[in-house]
Design a protein around this ligand. Structure first.
Ligand SMILES: Cc1cc2nc3c(=O)[nH]c(=O)nc-3n(C[C@H](O)[C@H](O)[C@H](O)COP(=O)(O)OP(=O)(O)OC[C@H]3O[C@@H](n4cnc5c(N)ncnc54)[C@H](O)[C@@H]3O)c2cc1C
Length: 584
């Protein structure tokens, strides 16, 4: 039975998790059989309560009162410290850690749902917790016994926080350019020196210490990205003295203002001690193994950020009077205007579609790690690898459009700081940039994903979608499935061309192609949502159907129109070396 209620995020997420993606089926697997359905319900409700109590109410405040850098130390708003503490005390930092590490060992689709709940309430505050968990998970997976016993518990309990230190001023997308060095000492530790840029949570004043996970070069590695190593470099040494990690600057950002974002130097006036994780020169591969989940995490906070704005715009549209009913002459709320409804439904189509896409991706993480049939587990792993860049890319790209529409629905009121849609738009703007820019991810999708196996994994997915089109019931499902069938065959044709083309051509078409594949996936997941509501004709089911149709009539055809150029053999103008952008 669908559990979707009137309009709450929690109810929407329950619907996606249990009715569309059958998360309950995971609970019989040995990895998750310490949990039952009631446990999951309690955890979701506790998260929703905490998000509403400690995170939602501080979002505007911490946006206005940014972190400060005073005499080398960063201070953040006290409300962030309170929210982080409450999050840690409730056990959410350990939600996805193994039971042996003192965690809850939740399925990834459930921990991703928690990220949506906290992300919708206040991603900039929740980000400190997300990063801390990510650092703990890397240490749990790749750290040695001493590292686990030293760092895991304080990270899990929020005594320490964690960061990811990859980027440098001159090395963003091209991590192979990283200069930070780590030199082996006689005691087996490393002296780390270098400058890192853009480090989220790089300094703050609410945890006793910070575990920086730093990508650096140690002797003997190649000079490219595959020569990099990963080290834990604590802000304070384990004996409590300074570990010579300095904050040399705070970035003043468009959005995400509640999260401190720092330029850090390691080892400026003395050695910063680092502890090598795993093997030398394997750092990037460790990071990449965790990247699937990190990118789904960015995707889900993007979808949640769009959802929060959509909810606010809907409430506003219900009460804002503008225009009159031509028949009665009475003033009408703007929600009654077809064009405003269009904008709200487009937002819903993107938000519910994006949330479903992320939870689907997280369900593949679960299947790849716990499916009892090894063939199915491997199939899920292959699909996950292919789709992960798309999930982040699609949610942030379309999510930003949804956030823009939320402002448009509210007219001038949406453009000023009195309403949260302005802040949410600024927050969303980060998502196409970090965790790999969308442009770089699209190239990754086509070159390292689609082309690697001659397009086989993508074709298998498309044939799975096609087979589900066979069981269609009712005119709404039929309408959605017709556009979906068209886009599937266009993608098949484009994939064949891009697999056979020169790399330069594939790179040039990567972004439009990836967006269209993302749109197609989301349309397919919309069909699944509509199927899960079969037999229901209440207002929730009807609005879901309307949003699904909006997706297939207004959103999917946009990207299909662009990729038609690939089939027609048109060369993109920006791929012509003779096109000079610097026109006098
Ligand atoms: C608020 C914020 C928080 C961040 N948090 C962290 C963090 O915690 N830890 C961390 O390590 N980093 C963090 N980052 C850094 C982030 O990951 C980088 O900004 C991102 O990887 C892009 O790097 P860049 O800014 O140097 O842009 P560049 O790499 O210079 O890219 C600029 C443009 O060129 C394009 N481009 C670059 N290379 C190619 C290519 N080969 N082909 C096609 N197009 C290309 C990009 O798509 C982009 O549009 C953060 C950034 C921001 C803004």
């Amino acid at each position: 039975m669908p559990t979707l209620g009137a309009d709450l995020l929690l109810q929407e997420l329950r619907f996606l998790l249990f009715d569309v993606l059958d998360a309950e089926a995971l609970l019989v697997r040995p990895t998750f059989n310490h949990l039952d359905q009631l446990d999951l319900e309690c955890i979701l409700t506790a998260a929703d309560d905490l998000a509403k109590r400690e995170f939602g109410p501080i979002a505007d405040i911490i946006d206005r009162e940014e972190p400060l850098l005073l005499q080398g130390n960063v201070t953040v708003h006290k409300a962030v410290a309170r929210a982080f503490r409450a999050y840690a005390d409730a056990g959410f930092l350990g939600a996805s850690l193994h039971v042996e590490s003192g965690g809850l060992q939740l399925p990834a689709c459930v921990s991703t749902t928690l990220m949506a709940i906290f992300g919708a309430a206040c991603t900039p505050a929740a980000g400190y917790g997300f990063l801390t968990t990510a650092a703990a998970r890397i240490i749990q997976t790749f750290g040695d016994v001493w590292q686990k016993s030293t760092f895991l518990a304080p990270l899990r309990d929020g005594i320490w926080a964690g960061t990811m230190c990859l980027s440098e001023p001159h090395a963003g997308s091209a991590l192979g350019e990283i200069h930070t060095k780590a030199v082996l000492r006689n005691d087996g530790c490393y002296n780390v020196t270098g400058t890192k840029m853009w480090i989220s949570g790089g300094d703050q004043d609410f945890t006793a210490n910070i575990a920086h996970l730093v990508l650096a070069r140690i002797d003997g590695g190649t000079s490219n990205a595959s020569g990099l190593s990963l080290l834990i470099v604590p802000k304070m040494s384990l004996d409590g003295s300074s570990n010579k990690v300095s904050t040399i600057g705070l970035n003043h950002k468009l959005g995400h203002r509640g999260t401190s974002n720092c330029a850090l130097t390691f080892g400026t006036d003395g050695p910063s001690t680092g502890y090598l994780i795993g093997k030398p020169h394997a750092g990037l591969s460790y990071m990449f193994q965790m990247m699937n989940e990190a990118r789904i995490g960015v995707g889900v906070t993007a979808a949640a950020t769009a959802y929060a704005a959509y909810r606010y715009a809907t409430e506003y549209a219900r009460t804002r009077l503008q225009g009159r009913d031509p028949e009665t002459g009475a003033q009408v709320a703007i929600v009654g205007h077809a064009d405003v409804k269009r904008m709200l439904l487009m937002q819903r189509a993107i938000c519910d579609g994006g949330l479903c896409l992320c939870l689907f991706g997280a369900r593949m993480v679960d299947d790849s790690q716990s499916h009892p049939d090894p063939v199915e587990a491997s199939r899920a792993g292959i699909l996950l690898k292919l789709l992960t860049p798309l999930i982040k890319l699609w949610c942030s790209e379309r999510g930003l459009e949804a956030n823009s529409l939320a402002i448009q629905v509210m007219g001038g009121a949406g453009y000023v700081r009195d309403h949260p849609v302005e802040r949410l738009f600024r927050d969303q703007r980060l998502n196409p940039i970090h965790e790999g820019t969308n442009g770089v991810l699209a190239i990754d999708f086509i070159l390292r994903g689609v082309r690697r196996d001659g397009g086989e994994a993508l074709l298998q997915l498309l044939s799975r979608i096609t087979s589900e089109l066979a069981s269609i019931d009712g005119d709404k499902e039929l309408a959605l499935s017709k556009t979906l069938a068209e886009s599937v065959s266009m993608i098949q044709a484009c994939a064949a061309i891009l697999v056979a083309s020169e790399k330069g051509v594939a790179r040039a078409w990567a972004s439009p192609f990836a967006l269209c594949v993302g749109d197609t996936l989301v349309a397919w997941l919309w069909l699944r949502q509509i199927k899960a509501m079969r037999g229901h004709s209440d207002s929730v089911a009807l609005s879901k159907q309307a949003a699904a149709l909006c997706f297939s009539q207004l959103i999917l055809p946009q990207s299909m129109a662009v990729i038609k150029n690939i089939i027609e053999g048109n060369s993109p103008p920006y791929n012509d070396p003779d096109t000079d952008l610097l026109v006098d």
